[in-house]
Design a protein around this ligand. Structure first.
Ligand code: SF4
Length: 189
């Protein structure tokens, strides 16, 4: 006899796997493959020092070679450009072009947001908290980098004149604080 807790754990794993498939299927859109959508979405949401090919590969859990092929295709389609990183002139920063930003605005995964909005508010909040806790657990157990945004990062410092990143020493505008960061380190719960 399988215990109830064990059944719930299997059910969660099955639902997450099924959602992953549905998500990939939704992303077959505008002639863009799921991996290309994922790269575009990341570049639209990542902060200045996280838009490198290496950070993108880590975020996607892909090899640099696979990501390199994705980036070549996106460049050919005129959706991204590579620039020298102003913080480190030896490295590359990836930027969306106007066409890339326009495409991201038509992201097929907004369908998931619409579906989430259909849930009652209390169920939505419980689900959001539960999913975040589950993702962090999977990341911790597998030594995946967390990525994340400033409010949940241990390096965020609150000063009288606003927010600052304790790692880079830079002031953070509210808009910067909501962008994905590749050196994010979750604050202890
Ligand atoms: S506070 Fe954390 S998440 Fe924000 S920029 Fe600094 S390292 Fe990145």
């Amino acid at each position: 006899m399988v215990e109830r807790g064990e059944l719930s754990a299997r059910h969660i794993a099955a639902v997450v796997e099924r959602l992953g498939r549905l998500t990939r299927s939704l992303q077959q859109s505008h002639g863009i493959k799921p991996a290309q959508w994922e790269a575009l979405r990341y570049l639209a949401r990542a902060n200045d020092f996280s838009r490198s090919p290496g950070a993108l590969a880590a975020f996607l859990g892909s090899t640099r070679g696979t990501v390199s092929q994705t980036l070549i295709t996106l460049e050919r389609k005129g959706l991204i450009v590579r620039r020298t990183n102003p913080r480190d002139r030896r490295s590359t920063s990836l930027e969306l072009t106007a066409a890339g930003r326009e495409l991201v605005a038509a992201d097929p995964l907004t369908e998931l947001e619409a579906a989430a909005r259909d849930l009652p508010e209390a169920a939505r909040e419980t689900l959001a908290d539960g999913l975040m806790a589950f993702m962090r657990t999977v990341q911790r157990r597998n030594d995946f980098r967390t990525f994340g945004i400033c409010p949940s990062c241990r390096f965020l410092e609150t000063r009288d004149d606003g927010y600052r990143c304790g790692l880079s020493g830079e002031a953070l505008a509210p808009a910067d604080a909501s962008l994905i960061c590749h050196v994010h380190d979750p604050r202890a719960a």
